[in-house]
Design a binder for this molecule. Sequence first.
Ligand code: PLP
Length: 503
Amino acid sequence: MSETPLQHEPVLTVFQKGAEGRRAFQCPERDVPEVDPEQLLPARLRRSQPPRLPELSEPEIVRHYVRLSKRNFDLDSGFYPLGSCTMKHNPRLHERLAALPGHARLHPLQDAEHAQGALELMWNLERALAEIAGLPYVSLQPSAGSHGELAGVLLTRAYHEDRGEHRHKVLTPDTAHGTNPATVTMAGFEVVKLATNTDGGVDLEDLRAKADTDVACLMLTNPNTLGVFDANIQEISHIVHDVGATLYYDGANLNAVMGLSRPGDMGFDIVHFNLHKSFTQPHGGGGPGSGPIAVSERIEPYLPCPVITRETHGDGEAAPARFALENDRPKSIGRLRGFQGNYGCFVRAYAYICSLGAEGLKDASETAVLNANYLLALLKQEGVAEHLPLAYGELCMHEFVLSGGPMKRELQIKTLDLAKRLLDFGYHPPTVYFPLLVEEALMVEPTETETKETLDAFAKAIAEILREAAEDPQLARNAPYTTPVRRLDEVGAAKRPVIRQAL
Ligand SMILES: *Cc1c(COP(=O)(O)O)cnc(C)c1O
């Protein structure tokens, strides 16, 4: 970013560039007879004017988009410790595999009979995810973590309705990711907040008071968004199951526990995975995601349609298996989307699981936790903890949440100022102002793919920014200085987006 030389050409939109008649590609002269267009398509369906497309040469197009790409921050150019988002490196091997024509060119409407390889990959991925979650049945359909949550809450509703029960509340801790209460509301349930205890876990007294037969489900993240593993999970599970509710695991934070602990063993009924976080996919910026769910025996009848089935004909293991898509499931909540899910994500996640193996996945989680704790210890050593103390506990899982409250009072800079100043040091800022219950929160998730050198340099950068602030808080308050744009009106951008450039 700061390495990009100054450009003297003005920054124009693609519509402002080019010249009339300029082309990237010329079609050869037509060598077939011309046909009256009316015979092919009636006039009412045809354009009367040619589309107003930009007219550019190929080098202009390439430069335009490459230049735009450099004006953004990305994981391939720098450290991206965005808490709760697991911005780990995406191995290039996965891209090669996803681009193989048999994967990339497979038509989504191809019938199952002629897509056996793809179905086998999906079936194998389902088995691997079932093993990781400790829950036997998987649906790959949901397209994001939040979509997996919606699937899970709809499954819960189908489960209770099938038993003739009418429950209208869903419990979520006040540390929950914003998508949890949003999902609950979308699915037509009432959100009931649970308090957090002094250790950063669920307040058991509050849970006991609120768990009754109106409760359909408790949605929990463990480790939660504070980076704290709730040691009371078995007790929580008993309380929830005693009132006949289901226990939902928000598995977006699975990066801390892969191969170490399994939600199914903790008593959860439904789990969603974020393949685009824990299992590597380029993500952020709205790219394709994948949020499969794994469920227990009692939830299985309601799984979305279709499900993948595997049958072997003939004797023994060696007989070739046939895969099919099964739609005849009377209790199913139905389809969640077109086709079977974001298939490219399945290929990458499966490649990741196969190339790491069971031991490798466990190692990834252990290293993610080690890296987070190493960074936390470094920040203490650099004297940062005094102004930015850890919000809960002593150690963390794969991420930690600091409170910028003391920094704001003692050094007169806010968490937002620190985040903006970090951009000048070449780092993407951590997540800010989440979770809501921590004052001036700063949520850091380094992931397992960063080197010790990167973590050392990042800790030094934070310490340097605090030193600067002690002398002159204005420096951070006016940051960033080196980015293509300075401080933006983010609320304005969200509420009044300019999505159409006047031509
Ligand atoms: C990212 C995240 C989600 C939502 O996942 P999306 O794929 O962004 O919809 C839910 N819960 C937690 C804890 C997360 O970090």
